[in-house]
Every structure is written in structure tokens, then in C-alpha cells.
Design a protein around this ligand. Structure first.
Ligand SMILES: [Zn+2]
Length: 62
């Protein structure tokens, strides 16, 4: 809760609550709604995919 308090004090813009659209998809790892990939039922944001992909068996090609 302390974290939320700091957030509101700093007046950081929080994402709008949505019932549909892009805001519905939340990253199940970090909770962000930005850059979440719903494809293949991943529900992970691009950053988390980057971190988790090798563990899930995805091969990373350079
Ligand atoms: Zn994430």
C-alpha cells in the first residue's frame, strides 16, 4: 500500500481501467497493460516475454 501512496503523491498517471480493449490484457508476470501479447494466450508483456521466452522453450534468434 505504501507503494500506491507514493504513486499517487507523485501524480504518476495510472492506466485507465477498461472493460474491453487493450486495457483488459494484463501481463500476468508484472501486471502492466502496455505491450501485452495476447497472441497464443501468452498474456505477457514484451519485456517479460524477452525474459521468459528461453525458459518456455522459445529459441531466440539473433
Ligand atoms: Zn510483464
Amino acid at each position: 500500500m505504501e507503494y500506491l501512496k507514493i504513486l499517487s503523491m507523485a501524480k504518476i498517471k495510472q492506466p485507465k481501467e477498461r472493460k474491453f480493449g487493450k486495457g483488459v490484457a494484463r501481463c500476468k508476470r508484472c501486471g502492466t497493460s502496455v505491450g501485452v501479447i495476447r497472441k497464443y494466450k501468452l498474456y505477457l508483456c514484451r519485456r517479460c516475454i524477452n525474459e521468459v521466452a528461453p525458459l518456455m522453450g522459445f529459441k531466440v534468434y539473433n
